[in-house]
Write a protein that binds this ligand. Sequence first.
Ligand SMILES: [Zn+2]
Ligand SMILES: [Zn+2]
Length: 83
Amino acid sequence: MGRPCDVCEDASDYANGHGAWCEAHTARSRHEDAEAARWDAVCALEGCENNAGWDGMGRARKYCSNAHSQKAYRLRKAAAIAN
Ligand SMILES: [Zn+2]
Ligand SMILES: [Zn+2]
């Protein structure tokens, strides 16, 4: 039932809610989206627009540099004290 997967036309394991891909291709597309998000991630420090500079391995990076990671940490601490 349902229409065939956009990638492989296999409708036999049609378990996802989006209706575009079979289960295997839905999982793969999620993985690719997550990887693209890492490459596109921008430094989490407010006001900094630099790419976070993920090197393609392991966990996503949050900050463009150690300096910004430390600055954000200091800002968080200062904000916690202010509250
Ligand atoms: Zn498929
Ligand atoms: Zn930065």
